[in-house]
Design a protein. Sequence first.
Length: 124
Amino acid sequence: MCRDMELIRSLLIHFEEYESFAFEKETLIEGYSKKLIDYHLLLLAQAGFIIYEADRSSTNPDRLIRVYPFGLSWAGHEFLDLSKNETLWKKAKDKLQNTTGALSLHLLKQLLTSYAKHELGLEK
């Protein structure tokens, strides 16, 4: 399965707007399959972007089977705050895609930070 940064962003927005602090048993995002969403929730958990309850493997407790998210972590809020501006998001995503052919989370975050600093006049 491929990582979809648009889905990552949509999930972060979804959990920022989530009104409860109880875990969400089934997360739905229009246009995406349950299987793809579940995979991306695992990625968000691995990245430390969400707070969650987990189903773990009985033979390997380090292996996450499924996560049940109930909010964003500090890191999730930080990344979402950088990616909320649609213009900066598109600019950073397009720049990375056209330059490297991929969307590395680390580089995307650095580029979004750089663009935000430039917008604030903190970086030339």
